[in-house]
Design a protein around this ligand. Sequence first.
Ligand code: PGA
Length: 256
Amino acid sequence: MEIIIQPTPEAATAIAARLVARLIRKKPAAVLGLATGGTMEPLYRELVAQKLDWSRLTTFNLDEYVGIAPEHSQSYHRFMREKLLQHVNVAAANVNIPDGLAQDVPAACENYERKISAAGGIDLQLLGIGTHGHIGFNEPTSSLASRTRIKTLTPQTRRDNARYFGGEEQVPHHVITLGIGTILESRHCLLLAFGKQKARAIAAAVEGPITAMCPASVLQLHPRVTVFLDEAAAAELKLTDYYRWVYAQKPDWQRI
Ligand code: PGA
């Protein structure tokens, strides 16, 4: 795992955006795994500003609420459209987001997995992290081998997301999320976390034991993970001096 600690979320986001942009330029038909949430918004703004060519890219989103229509103000379909997709020249046919209104959810999840495989797998997976360590909506105790499926949100996640819905009681209970096993098959994971509310989850994910109690800790098994943090999110890590030193010593050919 590479841990990049920057003074501010803006500085960390700028480096993450450079990494994504570099892949898009190098591999115009890449497959991107996209995420939603407040952490991703500035990243998408940066990517839009770079005026990259999205015409041959394929995208797969991590998750969606069950029972919410694409037009709903808090659907992840809507989030993606407003924050990114309507501002870039991506082909609508290449955009994939789980269907929260699917009649047969298990079949829709299997189909989603098949589409990812048919597209050649995910080249780069963007990830946020929940305050209790979820990635996607893989809540604590999720199977570390899980595939795309329906999950029930924890009360913690529903509280965390209440701010978007104008109240906890409005937050759906169920979601469709890419599985942890699916995330592990992506070729490169970028995890972004900012703010002190993420510090404990980041310490558990990066330096704690691999455990389903902190699903993000499974990323320790992934061969290529880059973690972007601000100082506040890095505050509970033990080896921060080492991570900073490693980043400062990066050979030129590895620089982002
Ligand atoms: P956030 O969500 O970016 O809104 O903090 C991250 C997550 O829950 O994965």
